[in-house]
Write a protein that binds this ligand. Structure first.
Ligand code: PEP
Length: 250
């Protein structure tokens, strides 16, 4: 099976007021002038999704969200559904980011339910997994992340567009990154876990690396075996930095 097209996705987290739309506009314009080898997405706060979608219409830049509720509608004050996100113009959604897992107690079962909800609404999910520093130091990295794959990827993903993101919790927003060998070890194990979970369909989805990807380390990370793109937090907020990472993918 041919390698899936790489995906470079920005995670704006809870950053960005109206003025941030300009950054997305700049990324979209640059992609129009010079198309990227990778697919490129910005996953914005819900309040900006519709504005971003309008601003980048006609370009290849994909607009996504960062979370959804698993139900299509209901009495869930403060939440938004997959259908609402799609209705606002999103095509993609990050699920089970480590900040959702650690701050909001999201389990693998919740991640799997949200992944099904994303598919229901036609959104492409990016499902995140990653070990904590304590788990890595205890030598449990592969057991933890492969277990997360098993619990978080529902069968319904087979044959559908989705991505997995490997994000070591200790590397997110810290400036620390695993060695290239550690990234490779994790991605190779994750690929096998995806095949175990979904059969041959587990080879079709890219595995993104996330955790302190910057313009100066993107190229070396992106050439590691089984790294199929990047999930980028801080460095996605400025178009100039994000575009350098996009270009590092070719
Ligand atoms: C993230 O938010 O998913 C992330 C990887 O953040 P950063 O790139 O800032 O470490």
């Amino acid at each position: 099976m041919a390698a899936p097209r790489p995906l470079i996705a920005g995670n704006w987290k809870m950053f960005g007021l109206g003025g941030a739309v300009d950054e997305a506009r700049q990324v979209a314009a640059a992609l129009l002038v010079k198309p990227a080898k990778a697919r490129v997405a910005i996953c914005a706060p819900s309040t900006l999704v519709e504005r971003l979608a309008r601003a980048v219409e006609g370009s290849s830049l994909i607009v996504g969200g960062q979370d959804i509720h698993a139900e299509p509608s209901g009495a869930y004050t403060g939440d938004i559904s997959a259908e609402m996100l799609a209705d606002a113009g999103a095509k993609m959604v990050i699920l089970a980011h480590s900040e959702r897992r650690s701050v909001y107690g999201e389990t693998d079962a919740v991640a799997a339910a949200k992944a099904k909800a994303a598919l229901r609404a036609g959104l492409e999910p990016i499902v995140c997994v990653g070990e904590t520093l304590a788990e890595r130091q205890a030598g449990r990295t592969l057991e933890v992340i492969c277990g997360q794959v098993k619990g978080s990827l529902p069968q319904e993903l087979a044959g559908r567009a989705f991505a997995l993101a490997y994000e070591p919790v200790w590397a997110i927003g810290t400036g620390l990154t695993p060695t290239l060998a550690q990234i490779e070890e994790a991605h190779v194990a994750l690929r096998q876990a995806m095949v175990d979970a979904l059969g041959e369909a587990g080879r079709a989805a890219p595995i993104l690396y996330g955790g302190s990807v910057k313009p100066d380390n993107a190229a070396e990370i992106l050439q590691v075996r089984d790294v199929g793109g990047a999930l980028v937090g801080g460095a996605s907020l400025k178009a100039e930095d994000f575009l350098k990472i996009v270009r590092a993918a070719g």
